[in-house]
Design a protein around this ligand. Structure first.
Ligand SMILES: [Zn+2]
Length: 122
C-alpha cells in the first residue's frame, strides 16, 4: 500500500504532515481526513495531555509525541471508566505503546471499566 504524506491544517491552527494510507473505501478515507482536520496537532494534544496528567498526578508516558498524545487520551478514558478505588492502577503502565496496544477489549470496542480492570489487575 502506498503511503502518502498529506499536510493538514489542524483545529489548533498548526499544520502537520500526516501519513495517509487509505483503506480502499472512499467514505472511510474521507471521514479519516475530516477527523484529521478536527483534531489538534500532536504537540498541542501532548501539551493538553501533560496538563491533564499533572493535574491528576499521573506519571509521564514514554514514547513518541504522537504515541504519548494518543496513549494519554486512552488512559484518560480508562480513568473515566474505572471505579474510584481502582483508578490508581493506571499508574502501573507508563509506556505509551502499552495503552495503544490495550485500547480495545475482546469485542474490538474501546474497553469498559471491567475490561480495563482485567488487564490492569493482571
Ligand atoms: Zn497545534
Amino acid at each position: 500500500m502506498t503511503v502518502q504524506k498529506v499536510e493538514v491544517r489542524k483545529r489548533c491552527g498548526h499544520r502537520e504532515v500526516v501519513e495517509y494510507t487509505g483503506w480502499g473505501n472512499p467514505l472511510r478515507n474521507e471521514r479519516w481526513l475530516e477527523r484529521q482536520h478536527n483534531q489538534d496537532c500532536a504537540a498541542c494534544r501532548r501539551a493538553a495531555a501533560e496538563k491533564f496528567d499533572a493535574a491528576h498526578g499521573l506519571p509521564e508516558l514514554v514514547g513518541s509525541p504522537k504515541q504519548i498524545a494518543w496513549a494519554s487520551s486512552i488512559r484518560q478514558s480508562a480513568l473515566r471508566t474505572l471505579p474510584d478505588d481502582k483508578k490508581h492502577l493506571v499508574n502501573k503502565h507508563t509506556k505509551a505503546a502499552w495503552w495503544i496496544d490495550h485500547r480495545f477489549g475482546p469485542t474490538a470496542m474501546p474497553r469498559t471499566g471491567a475490561q480495563w480492570l482485567e488487564v490492569l489487575e493482571d
